[in-house]
Design a protein around this ligand. Structure first.
Ligand code: DC
Length: 222
């Protein structure tokens, strides 16, 4: 039987992870956060003092990078080897690094292959930038979430504040604009809406409203 996977893409702060987690819980599917995998690779490279421009160095160490995801109490955890790095990858430095290392083709190929394997084993709700276009082109339902830069920056700030990280709204907006540009203009599988994806602007919608809209699309057979 073909698995009914859901692909959720969109720019930083559009609400992908919150919504994907809810939808997965409602439908009893596994939530896969692919951004966490790119973040783990960025952490590895930063620890090795390797910069994103040093493509040859990135490629030479890449086979040694053991990224793995696992679930604890239903929450995805990301590992580098045996180390659970989930608590270390949500900083502005790692956000920028993940976006930069994600422009490198060999990094993408390694992670896309892993993501495709995961979605073969069990039905997933997977979020990222290239899920509907590249990772799961045959997904049962594709959603492209957007929101204005201002709304996304406010959400990101609230998220960081909840973790005790104080940041300036203007700086967050600038980070988001830079990341949007990089994610949308890279050569390999840039962020874009798949032709058959449903676009949902979440700027003025609550989490419940967006979740309901996606569940309705899923139930209707999209
Ligand atoms: O979703 P996120 O903010 O955790 O993702 C961090 C960065 O990783 C994002 O700016 C671009 C990259 N990424 C990607 O290129 N492809 C994905 N499927 C997921 C994330």
């Amino acid at each position: 039987m073909k698995l009914k996977n859901i692909a959720i893409d969109g720019p930083a702060g559009a609400g992908k992870s919150t919504i994907a987690r809810r939808v997965a819980a409602e439908l009893n599917l596994i939530y896969v956060d692919t951004g966490a995998m790119y973040r783990a690779i960025a952490l590895y490279m930063i620890r090795q003092n390797i910069r994103p421009e040093e493509t040859a160095k990135v490629e030479s160490v890449l086979p040694d990078v053991q990224v793995r995801i696992a679930y604890q109490d239903g929450e995805q955890q990301v590992f580098l080897g045996e180390e659970n790095v989930s608590g270390l990858i949500r900083t502005p430095e790692i956000s920028a690094g993940a976006s930069a290392f994600a422009t490198i083709g060999s990094v993408r190929r390694k992670l896309v292959a892993m993501q495709q394997e995961l979605a073969k084993e069990t039905a997933v709700v997977m979020d990222g930038r290239d899920i509907g276009t590249t990772v799961l082109p045959d997904a049962y339902l594709k959603v492209y979430l957007t929101a204005s830069v201002e709304v996304r920056a406010k959400r990101r700030m609230a998220e960081l504040a909840a973790k005790g990280q104080e940041v300036d709204l203007h700086a967050v907006e600038e980070d988001i604009r830079a990341r949007d540009y990089q994610d949308m203009h890279r050569e390999e599988s840039p962020l874009r809406k798949a032709d058959d994806a449903h676009e949902v602007d979440t700027s003025d919608l609550s989490i419940e409203e967006v979740t309901e809209a996606i569940l309705a699309l899923y139930q209707e057979g999209n």
